[in-house]
Design a protein around this ligand. Structure first.
Ligand code: NAD
Length: 307
């Protein structure tokens, strides 16, 4: 079977064009500040890509390097600076619970990554206000993966919202609080049956038979990777180690394989089994970050107009 490899550049192209036109037509100068407080090569590369993509679309990007001890105060300063419309931080900073604290230091009005409202993904809360005008900022990496799945038509647009992944079995190998866990819930809330894999166990997240459960259910299973991979229509992986590889032999014929790790988590022969292979998603994530920035820019503008 021939496999189609789809690049992040291809998937993000129409969104980037839309952003570029909108920024140019409106003559606006939205400004994003990125804080880099680590020496992690993946973060440095991500910051370089952010700068390049922002330049292409007309977003002003400023990278601020600092010590991790100074970061909290620097974020607060940017929160209060009216010329800054969006803030992002390159994680890990401390690599522990302090990082979750920092996520919440970023003002909700400037959080382009959607990390300080992450619990909304779990509660299926689409709006921030009672009038249902301001929809909340979906965390940008899970959102980028959703855009990949929409692009390759995994979502069935004939079905109602909330059901568009009915019948689809998805394995996600990563359960971090910023990507894997919110993504699993977002996909289950669209009707998918999700196997969420981390280093310790495999959880099943779903809305029950015929999607009858009002809220998603999480069940720890005794299943092994060898049992879930052969029945998965989509396998999404984000293990942050170069040695980790998903065994191609265990995958279903025609599987959709999506890698968001900085390392190649699929074996070199993945194209022998997959129907569609998406090797990286970085450019889509940055594009989603920019879309979030424009939403926040407009909200800040309407707040100013109300004053
Ligand atoms: P993390 O360290 O917070 O989480 C890693 C997850 O992988 C954990 O759930 C862990 O249990 C799981 N894991 C580790 N080893 C495993 C194994 N052998 N089997 C099963 N599960 C295992 O990392 P993170 O912040 O979620 O980032 C993960 C990767 O994704 C990194 O390489 C990062 O650079 C990349 N990333 C990419 C983007 C993007 O947009 N392209 C965005 C964020 C993160």
């Amino acid at each position: 079977m021939s496999c189609k490899t789809i690049s992040a550049k291809e998937i993000s192209a129409s969104y980037r064009e839309e952003l570029k036109t909108m920024i140019k037509t409106r003559g606006i100068k939205p400004k994003l500040v990125g804080f880099l407080a680590n020496e992690d090569p993946a973060s440095i590369k991500y910051a370089e890509c952010t700068s390049k993509t922002c330049e292409e679309t007309g977003v002003i990007f400023e990278l601020r390097k600092c010590n991790r001890e100074e970061l909290k105060d620097q974020i607060i300063e940017a929160n209060e600076d009216d010329s800054v419309h969006g803030i992002m931080v390159y994680y890990p900073v401390f690599g522990d619970l302090q990082d979750q604290y920092l996520q919440n230091v970023v003002s909700v009005t400037k959080d382009v990554e959607g990390l300080c409202q992450i619990c909304n993904s779990y509660q299926n809360i689409p709006y921030l206000d009672e009038e249902q005008i301001k929809n909340y900022i979906i965390p940008c990496t899970p959102l980028a993966i959703i855009k990949v799945m929409e692009y390759i038509r995994v979502y069935n647009s004939v079905l109602l919202y909330g059901n568009r992944l009915h019948g689809c079995v998805i394995t996600i190998i990563n359960r971090s609080e910023i990507v894997g866990r919110p993504l699993a819930v977002l996909l289950a809330n669209e009707g998918g049956k999700v196997y969420s894999v981390d280093i310790n166990n495999i959880q099943e997240i779903h809305h029950g038979t015929e999607l009858k459960l009002k809220t998603y259910e999480v069940r720890i299973t005794n299943l092994k990777l060898e049992e879930i991979l052969p029945i998965s229509d989509v396998v999404i992986t984000g293990v942050p180690t170069p040695s980790y590889k998903v065994p191609t032999a265990l995958l279903r014929e025609g599987v959709i394989a999506i890698n968001f790790s900085a390392f190649k988590n699929f074996e070199d022969n993945i194209k022998e089994k997959a129907s569609i292979y998406v090797p990286t998603i970085g450019k889509i994530t940055i594009t989603m970050l920019e879309r979030n920035l424009l939403k926040l820019y407009d909200r800040q503008l309407s707040l100013k107009n109300e004053e």
